[in-house]
Unconditional design. Structure first.
Length: 292
């Protein structure tokens, strides 16, 4: 299929984009186009105006501050993978993004486009929650920062208003010794994940777990933060068995549905398998650092 007729506007500044967005009730932003174009081709989206923001260069930067790193919303997946700064502070990002589709799509797709699309089986929504990010958005009259926990609301639904643009994502630096992991299972390389998991475990000097972020995606209307499992392992010694939790705790927090890729029961089974694998991977990484 082909998209319905639309007008096209190319802008080079945030201000011009906001002006155009506020003056048309049925306008959509486009950068990489990896989510919007397929939707338009199937006429799931029929905007009157397409505002191309791909030439706003100020939204393509990675900036390091004392306590956080800020990445522009137009940073492509490939540039995020190759960023020296992101590899230094958040290596889980490049590890996870290598699972995003294929090379051509990673070259075009952007951070902002992915989180605005809010697919619960894609990598960026999970990473945004795993790393406790905040999303900076801007309208003509206001700028606000939305915590990751409040940004994603449901399948393809976010807290973003129609007159707002995602400007950047702020990622707080992790101050403690920590381990990380990301695992996903998909039907084929480059496909969307059936289930994806991300884990960050931080420890104190006495090897006691101080903080844990455990996120799972693809099994509910949005990525899920497993607070009960986090609370279970916080306070434990990193040398203990971190996976002796009751599996029912996980299953009561996710709501997968059967589809043409896998059944509900398989997704539940896979969730437990990948979750334990991710926790043990993060633990192994910490133990390796302690032994260096």
């Amino acid at each position: 299929m082909k998209p319905s007729p639309f007008n096209y506007l190319n802008v080079t500044t945030i201000e011009n984009a906001l002006d155009a967005l506020s003056s048309n009730d049925n306008a959509r932003l486009i950068a990489g186009g990896q989510s919007l174009v397929p939707m338009m081709n199937f006429r799931l989206a029929q905007p009157d105006l397409i505002i191309d923001i791909s030439n706003i260069n100020e939204l393509k930067n990675v900036t390091e501050e004392k306590d956080y790193v800020e990445i522009g919303s137009l940073l492509t997946h490939t540039n995020a993978i190759n960023s020296i700064c992101l590899k230094k502070y958040f290596p889980v990002i490049s590890n996870a993004l290598k699972n995003v589709a294929h090379h051509t799509i990673r070259n075009q797709g952007t951070v902002g486009g992915s989180i605005a699309n809010a697919d619960p089986a894609s990598e960026w929504p999970l990473l945004i929650n795993l790393l406790d990010c905040s999303i900076k958005v801007k309208s003509k009259k206001n700028t606000r920062e939305i915590p990751a926990t409040k940004f994603f609301e449901s399948h393809f639904v976010t807290n973003l208003k129609e007159n707002e643009i995602i400007i950047s994502i702020k990622i707080p630096k992790i101050q403690n010794l920590y381990g990380w992991s990301f695992h996903e299972e998909s039907p084929r390389e480059g496909d969307f994940a059936i289930v994806e998991t991300g884990v960050i475990i931080e420890i104190e000097n006495n090897n006691i777990i101080k903080n844990a972020n455990i996120i799972i995606g693809g099994v509910d209307e949005k990525v899920i933060k497993l607070n009960n499992i986090e609370n279970f392992i916080i306070g434990m010694n990193i040398n203990e068995d971190l996976c002796k939790f009751d599996e029912k705790i996980v299953l009561t927090n996710i709501h997968p549905i059967s589809d043409n890729h896998s059944s509900e029961e398989y997704k539940k089974h896979l969730s437990i398998v990948l979750l334990k694998k991710a926790i043990n991977s993060a633990k192994k990484q910490i133990l390796s650092k302690l032994n260096d």
